[in-house]
Design a protein around this ligand. Structure first.
Ligand code: NAI
Length: 328
């Protein structure tokens, strides 16, 4: 049998953590042949709750779960980690300005980046889920100069999955017939779900829909504001679907994307599609052998160009704001 893979989860006592940890323990994060050792990071006040979840994990008697350790210190939590899921973040509270939000999150993601730099395994892969995810990933990356930049990613897979589901529903087809969906830009209300490069049954999804008004007035806002719709209905923010997306993101990164398809990931831009180098922006990516590549050569029409540019402009503003705060 293989040595266990060390998986660090921050915000382990939160609602996404609760939905995520059992799926990791059951082997869905990495695959059924890979034992995992969980390393949970929480703030001191929430360590007890994380310990409670650890008791329940024990009660799952998961064959692939090799151990659980709980920390309130980032340096220890990221020691030897192979997969780091950065879920815990500072939420925006009433009356909080964006600058305050970014500063508070800088206080979390800067030390976590430093801890990853200091102690993580050479093959570490980082997924930032905690919002603002793209810019939190940028902050962590900035403080881990010894880790290859492309290992820092942000989650737009939930948006990607939401877009697939809404498109499949509109066309009355199973989700499995929708391929090559792309989320471009920021994980925020400015994100752009692109159906012009998507395929349904092997033909253009935009042509199959043939309804620009639906695209502009229903599909794009529905996907971009789905988080608010969930809060309104559930009285709490998306948790199980977010955990599911985190599982999908890492599973594909580690095990590859299916032939003839791609996924969306927030990754450091190499300048592709006019996105300024270094920004962590969502792109279509293909994964193979534990690494990913941005899909090249896609046609971007004027409508898409304007949407991508608007979301990327927001990312640039967030980067400028954290630069001013000395966080990157
Ligand atoms: P939650 O509030 O239920 O849990 C967050 C947990 O993080 C809490 O237990 C808290 O104690 C912990 N935490 C705070 N600071 C920490 C630190 N410095 N180190 C370790 N743990 C820390 O929140 P929930 O619902 O689990 O969501 C977590 C984050 O994920 C939020 O920022 C949310 O906005 C984001 N999110 C992102 C999505 C995406 O698509 N990228 C989708 C849904 C949520």
């Amino acid at each position: 049998t293989q040595a266990p893979v060390n998986v660090t989860v921050t915000g382990a006592a939160g609602q996404i953590g609760y939905a995520l940890l059992f799926r990791i323990a059951s082997g869905q994060l990495l695959g059924q042949d890979k034992p995992v050792r969980l390393r949970l990071l929480e703030i001191p006040q929430a360590v007890k709750a994380a310990e409670g979840t650890a008791l329940e994990l024990e009660d799952g008697a998961f064959p692939l779960l090799a151990g659980i350790d709980i920390f309130d210190d980032a340096k220890q939590a990221f020691e030897g980690t192979n997969v780091a899921l950065l879920v815990g973040a500072r939420p925006r509270t009433k009356g909080m300005e964006r600058g305050d939000l970014l500063e508070a999150n800088g206080g979390i993601f800067k030390p976590q980046g430093e801890a990853i730099n200091a102690g993580a395994a050479d093959d570490v892969k980082v997924l930032v889920v905690g919002n603002p995810a793209n810019t939190n990933a940028l902050i962590a990356k900035a403080h881990a100069p010894d880790v290859p930049a492309e290992r820092f990613t942000a989650m737009t897979r939930l948006d990607h999955n939401r877009a697939i589901a809404q498109l499949a529903k509109k066309l009355g087809v199973p989700v499995t017939e929708v391929k090559k969906m792309t989320i471009w830009g920021n994980h925020s209300a400015t994100q752009y779900p692109d159906i012009f490069n998507a395929e349904v049954n092997g033909t253009s999804a935009a042509e199959a829909v043939g309804d620009q008004a639906w695209l502009e007035n229903e599909f794009i806002p529905r996907v971009a504001k789905r988080g608010a719709e969930i809060i309104e209905a559930r009285g709490a923010s998306s948790a199980a679907s977010a955990a599911n997306a985190a599982i999908d993101h890492i599973y594909n990164w580690v095990n590859g994307t299916p032939e003839g398809d791609w996924v969306s990931m927030g990754v450091p831009s190499d300048g592709s599609y006019g996105v300024p180098e270094g920004l962590i922006s969502s792109f279509p990516v293909v994964c193979r052998d534990g690494s990913y590549e941005i899909v090249q050569g896609l046609e971007i029409n004027d409508f898409s160009r304007a949407k991508i540019d608007a979301s990327v402009a927001e990312l640039s503003e967030e980067r400028d704001a954290v630069r001013k705060l000395g966080l990157v």
